[in-house]
Ligand binder design. Structure first.
Ligand code: FAD
Length: 462
C-alpha cells in the first residue's frame, strides 16, 4: 500500500529521541501504518557522551537489521564473529578507597556490552528513516485532546499554536513528558473520589531526584595516552568503574562518589562520567535546571585523595565540555497506557543509569509496540486493549530493572556495605537480571496471542 493511501493506523510519536526513532524506524516497514514524529528541538539531534548497550537490546538490533551498524559504531567492537556466544568480563570494578587502585571484581556477561557515542547512535537511527516517515522539528507538544468516541481522532496541540490529529499518540518525550502529565491527570480525574489511587497517580507525575548528580564528558584517548601512558584503562579498552567513599570526617552529608569511563567512537574517545551520590534528598522534587555546564576545578576538589589513576582521568577532563546532570527518575506508574495514548522510554520509566539499561529499555518498548501495531488485527477500535496488553508486559520488566539499578547505586556508593566476595556475587546477580527474559521471545508470544484472538494465520501478520 502506498504511504498516502488510507492507512489502518495513524501514529503520532511525540519525541525524536532513541525510543521515538526506534519505533518510527520499525513502523516505517509497515505500509498501512502512517507515522509522524514530532520533536520539540529545532533539529533532531542528541547531545554527546556515551551509552552502554548490553546483550538484551543488541538482540533487538539484530532483529531490526541494525546490529552490524551499531557494532560498527562501538568503541569496543567484538574481536571475532562468534563473540556473542562467549561469556567474558566486560566491566571491571576497582576500589580507590585507600588512595591506591585495588581490583575488586570483573563482571561478566554473554557477548559483552557495546559502548557507543549517543549522538552517533541517534544519527544512525535518523539516517535509517525512509522519506515516507514524516519528521517535524520545532513541534513541542503542549497538550492533547483525547478522542470523544471509539473512532474519532486525538487532537495534538503544539506550542506554535498549530494542531494535528492522529489515531494513536505515543509519548516518547523523555523524562519531562507532557504526555505523561496529561495522561495521569486524566486518569486521576476519572477516579470516583479523592483517595489513595488518585493520590498515587498524581504523585507519579513529576520526576524525583535520584540522589545522583553526574558530570559527563568525552576525552580523546590520545590525551590520556600522553598524560599517563601506563594507565590501566588504556591496556584494557573495557568499561572501568572506580568507586570510593568520602572521608568519614564529612559525616554530616556522606556524599559518595564513583566514576565510570568507557570507550566510544571506535575507541578514539573515552566517555567519562563522574557521579556524586547524596541519598538524603532522594525522592524530592529537585529545582531546575537539571543539566548545566560542569566545572573541572570543582571535580578536582571532589577527587582530592583518590588514586593517581583516577586523578589522571579527571585532569584530562580539563578543557573538555563538561555537562552536569541532576539525575531524576520517574516513580513506577500504575499504567503506561490510557485509551489510545501510550508512553515509552524515559517518559514511562526514567531510571538511574547504574545498570546502563535506560536506552535499551526505550528500544525494547519501541520494538514491542511496533510488533503490536504491525499486526493486521490491530485497528483503531482494538487499540485500547492492545495498549493495555503492552502495559501489562512492559511495566513489570521496567519496574524491576529500575529497582535493580537503584540497588546497584547503593552498592556502588557503598551505602550498602558488602565484603569483596559479596560485592562481586551481588553485582553479577543484579546485572544477570538484564538477561532474564528474552524480549524477542516475549514479542513472539504477543504475536501468537494476537493471532489467536483474531484467528489470523502467522503468514498474515506484518
Ligand atoms: C547521566 C545519564 C547517563 C546515562 N547512561 C546510560 C547508559 O549508559 N546506558 C543506557 O542505556 N542509558 C543511559 N541513560 C539513560 C538514557 O539516556 C535514556 O534512558 C534514553 O535516552 C531514553 O530515551 P527516550 O527516547 O525515552 O528519551 P529521550 O532520549 O530523553 O528523548 C526524548 C525526546 O523527546 C523530545 N521532547 C521532549 N518533550 C517534548 C515535547 N513536549 N514535544 C515534542 N518532543 C519533546 C526531546 O527533545 C527528546 O528528543 C543515561 C541517562 C543519564 C541522565
Amino acid at each position: 500500500m502506498l504511504a498516502d493511501s488510507q492507512p489502518r493506523l495513524r501514529v503520532a510519536i511525540c519525541g525524536g529521541g532513541v525510543g521515538g526513532l526506534t519505533l518510527a524506524f520499525q513502523l516505517s516497514k509497515v505500509p498501512d501504518v502512517h507515522v509522524d514524529v514530532y520533536e520539540a528541538a529545532s533539529r533532531f539531534a542528541e547531545i554527546g557522551a556515551g551509552i552502554a548497550i548490553p546483550q538484551r537490546p543488541r538482540r533487538l538490533f539484530a532483529e531490526m537489521g541494525l546490529e552490524q551498524d551499531v557494532v560498527a559504531l562501538a568503541g569496543n567492537p567484538p574481536a571475532t564473529k562468534g563473540v556473542r556466544q562467549d561469556v567474558g568480563p566486560d566491566l571491571q570494578f576497582w576500589s580507590a578507597d585507600s588512595g591506591e587502585l585495588e581490583h575488586v571484581y570483573d563482571k561478566a556477561s554473554t557477548g559483552g556490552v557495546l559502548t557507543v557515542h549517543r549522538a552517533e547512535f541517534h544519527a544512525l537511527l535518523l539516517s535509517c528513516l525512509p522519506a515516507h516517515t514524516r519528521t517535524h522539528a520545532s513541534k513541542r507538544l503542549v497538550s492533547y485532546v483525547p478522542p470523544v468516541s471509539l473512532d474519532t481522532p486525538i487532537t495534538l496541540k503544539f506550542d506554535d499554536g498549530s494542531e494535528a490529529t492522529c489515531d494513536v499518540l505515543v509519548g516518547a518525550d523523555g523524562i519531562k513528558s507532557t504526555v505523561r502529565v496529561r495522561m495521569l491527570e486524566d486518569l486521576a480525574a476519572r477516579e470516583d473520589r479523592e483517595g489513595v489511587a488518585q493520590k498515587a497517580l498524581l504523585e507519579a507525575v513529576p520526576p524525583r531526584y535520584s540522589g545522583m548528580t553526574s558530570y559527563r564528558t568525552v576525552i580523546p584517548r590520545e590525551k590520556l595516552e600522553r598524560a599517563a601512558p601506563e594507565h590501566p584503562y588504556l591496556g584494557e579498552n573495557k568499561v572501568v568503574v572506580v568507586c570510593t567513599r568520602e572521608a568519614p570526617s564529612m559525616l554530616m552529608i556522606r556524599p559518595f562518589k564513583m566514576f565510570i569511563c568507557f570507550p566510544i567512537s571506535k575507541g578514539k574517545l573515552i566517555n567519562v562520567s563522574v557521579s556524586v551520590m547524596d541519598f538524603s534528598t532522594e525522592g524530592t522534587l529537585h529545582p531546575e535546571p537539571w543539566a548545566s555546564p560542569g566545572d573541572a576545578a570543582q571535580l578536582n576538589a571532589f577527587f582530592d585523595g583518590w588514586a593517581a589513576e583516577a586523578r589522571h582521568i579527571i585532569s584530562c577532563m580539563e578543557g573538555c565540555d563538561i555537562k552536569r546532570w541532576v539525575v531524576n527518575v520517574v516513580r513506577p506508574l500504575p499504567t503506561f497506557a490510557d485509551g489510545r495514548v501510550v508512553l515509552l522510554g524515559d517518559a514511562a520509566h526514567a531510571m538511574t543509569p547504574y545498570l546502563g539499561a535506560g536506552a535499551g529499555q526505550a528500544v525494547e518498548d519501541a520494538y514491542i509496540l511496533a510488533i503490536l501495531f504491525s499486526h493486521s488485527h490491530t485497528t483503531v477500535p482494538t487499540m485500547p486493549s492492545i495498549l493495555r496488553r503492552y502495559s501489562e508486559v512492559r511495566l513489570p520488566v521496567t519496574t524491576d530493572l529500575a529497582a535493580t539499578s537503584a540497588e546497584l547505586g547503593r552498592i556502588y556508593s557503598m551505602q550498602i556495605r558488602l565484603s569483596r566476595e559479596e560485592f562481586g556475587r551481588r553485582v553479577q546477580e543484579l546485572f544477570d537480571r538484564l538477561e532474564r527474559e528474552d524480549p524477542v521471545e516475549e514479542a513472539q508470544r504477543l504475536i501468537a496471542e494476537l493471532d489467536e484472538s483474531s484467528g489470523t494465520k502467522k503468514s498474515d501478520t506484518g
